[in-house]
Design a binder for this molecule. Structure first.
Ligand code: ATP
Length: 513
């Protein structure tokens, strides 16, 4: 079994080798925590966006989309609280000179205890065999309960100390837990300090009149400042939502883990405006709807879990993460936040404009409450990509690398391969490609032996290969090869469309949500 680290290294190298993700400006040795998406990565990313947009906007009659600018009036960030409170607690190790997020050091410590729980479960599963009841074991085994209590205690104390801005206690906790620097192994830490994550820039040519701006650290504020515009011009009735996909920028203290934590990244956010007092109910509903969206992609229910927040952001009255099992453990993939009326209320105050809704049913004006769903597109990419990448040992003892991407997300959905480059097979293959390309992302590949081409398409995540051989010329049938099972079936060319539709039509996937 490969270790977590080895698996993750494979993910990164596969992403590069097959044109998914490159380090940014690589010919200049790259730029820390900034990445470019290649020919296959950009398509995979667009497909994820499309799946989100369709599920959120096209399928909800009360959700509309916008595309706001990255630059916003600087007062936006005072009103939102980001100027004062968008900080992460940082700590330096005096020996290695490495900088860490104090909360992440503590969370990583808890993740190690979590691994111990997993080991206990694995041991017990082996001991009890088929009779093993995981749920019961987790709730009754005294060692596991002890570990769980320890994790809960640590996270609770950290949450409370951060909430109270008691940074000295966060440092105490790191010392009490004897957390050492992963680099140097030393426990020689500085004090914990706050660090603002926004990137500053300037607008305007002359030095005197230039205005200080920030690159937006979240897309949400572009939605809030447009609340009235959309509500009025779209004649929207509460409850309704505004969705947006766009870039966000954060000067992350420690940006490791590939595209998990980047300095420039994309978010897919939706703000749902509801009457005051109903936010809890909508919050629960959106938690479930978003989890269902993830589950519809078929990446396994066991790989997701909710994590309810102890420490709430300055704007929230409830918050949970949907965590995914990345190669380095369960980590946040998406956040669901009940943001109260904080943002609209605060923009009202700072702008002096009324940001209220007249509710005909309640016969009153109010500042709506907001439930937000916010998912990182790049993190979703990493979730899909790392889950898909497998090394398989085949029956004949050989191995293959396969990228089991959900069919609707794969950059190439079908590869059409003439068995040989002669006898009219390429013409028929191109002909089939030209018929299918209106509905699917299709590639034509005639280079190398067909077995090698299958392997190449497996590594690119192409769900189906269609092979055209001499028999095809006689009876108008082809071989359809399934990436996951490697099974091949002979089917008529005329039947391809309806057969492929079952697996590759986005409609069938969206209907599962
Ligand atoms: P974290 O605790 O990991 O820093 P967060 O709680 O600050 O994340 P949110 O502000 O809730 O994140 O942002 C919503 C989503 O945006 C996250 O769930 C994540 O998927 C994504 N995201 C946040 N920061 C980054 C980043 N630096 N790189 C890539 N994606 C990010």
């Amino acid at each position: 079994m490969a270790t977590q680290n080895e698996t993750f290294k494979k993910v990164i190298s596969h992403a590069k080798e097959y044109g998914f993700v490159f380090p940014s400006s690589e010919i200049y040795d790259g730029l820390s925590a900034v990445y470019d998406y290649g020919q296959n990565g950009s398509t995979l990313k667009n497909n994820i966006k499309n799946y989100w947009w369709r599920a959120m906007v096209q399928l909800h009659e009360n959700i509309v989309g916008i595309d706001a600018a990255i630059f916003m009036h600087p007062t936006t960030w005072k009103a939102s609280g980001h100027v004062d409170a968008f900080n992460d607690p940082l700590i330096d190790n005096k020996d290695s000179k490495k900088r860490y997020r104090a909360d992440v050091l503590i969370e990583d410590y808890c993740a190690k205890i979590e691994t111990k729980i997993e080991k206990e479960v694995a041991k017990a599963a082996k001991r009890f065999g088929e009779d093993f009841d995981k749920e019961q074991f987790l709730t009754t085994n005294s060692r596991v309960l002890g570990y769980q209590q320890k994790i809960e205690g640590i996270l609770k104390r950290m949450g409370q100390s951060l909430e109270k801005e008691d940074l000295a206690d966060v440092k105490n906790l790191i010392e009490e837990l004897e957390i050492a620097c992963p680099e140097s192994g030393s426990r020689n830490w500085t004090e914990v300090k706050q660090f603002n994550l926004m990137f500053g820039t300037k607008l305007g040519a002359s030095a005197d009149s230039a205005m200080d701006l920030f690159l937006r650290p979240e897309t949400a504020q572009g939605i809030f400042v447009n609340f009235m515009n959309v509500q009025k011009t779209g004649r929207m009735k509460i409850p309704f939502g505004i969705a947006q996909i766009g870039k966000a920028f954060r000067n992350e203290i420690v940006a490791r883990q590939f595209i998990f934590r980047m300095r420039e990244f994309e978010q897919m956010e939706m703000q749902f405006f509801v009457p005051p007092g109903t936010q809890k109910q909508w919050y629960e509903q959106w938690k479930q709807t978003r989890l269902n969206w993830h589950l519809s992609l078929g990446m396994g229910a066991d790989n997701y879990r909710f994590h309810d927040h102890e420490k709430l952001a300055h704007y929230a009255d409830a918050a949970a993460d949907i965590e995914f099992k990345f190669p380095f453990g369960f980590k946040e993939l998406e956040g669901i936040h009940s943001r109260t009326d904080f943002d609209l209320g605060s923009h009202e105050e700072f702008s002096g404009k009324r940001l209220q809704y007249f509710d005909p049913e309640r016969n009153e004006n109010y500042v709506p409450y907001v439930v937000e769903t916010s998912i990182g597109l790049d993190r979703m990419f990493l979730a899909v990509f790392s889950h898909a990448l497998r090394e398989e040992t085949l029956e004949d003892g050989s191995s293959r690398t396969v990228l089991k991407l959900p069919g609707i997300l794969a950059p190439t959905q079908i590869a059409v391969l003439p068995l040989v480059k002669k006898d009219g097979l390429p013409d028929l293959a191109r002909n089939i490609k030209d018929k299918l390309k209106w509905d699917y992302a299709v590639n034509y590949d005639e280079k190398d032996a067909v077995g090698r081409r299958y392997r190449r398409q497996d590594a690119l995540g192409t769900p189906f290969c269609i092979t055209v051989d001499h028999q095809s010329l006689e009876d108008q049938t082809v071989t359809l090869r399934d990436r996951d099972t490697m099974k091949q079936e002979r089917i008529p060319i005329a039947g391809l469309n309806s057969r492929l539709d079952q697996s590759l039509n986005i409609k069938h996937w969206l209907q599962k949500i």
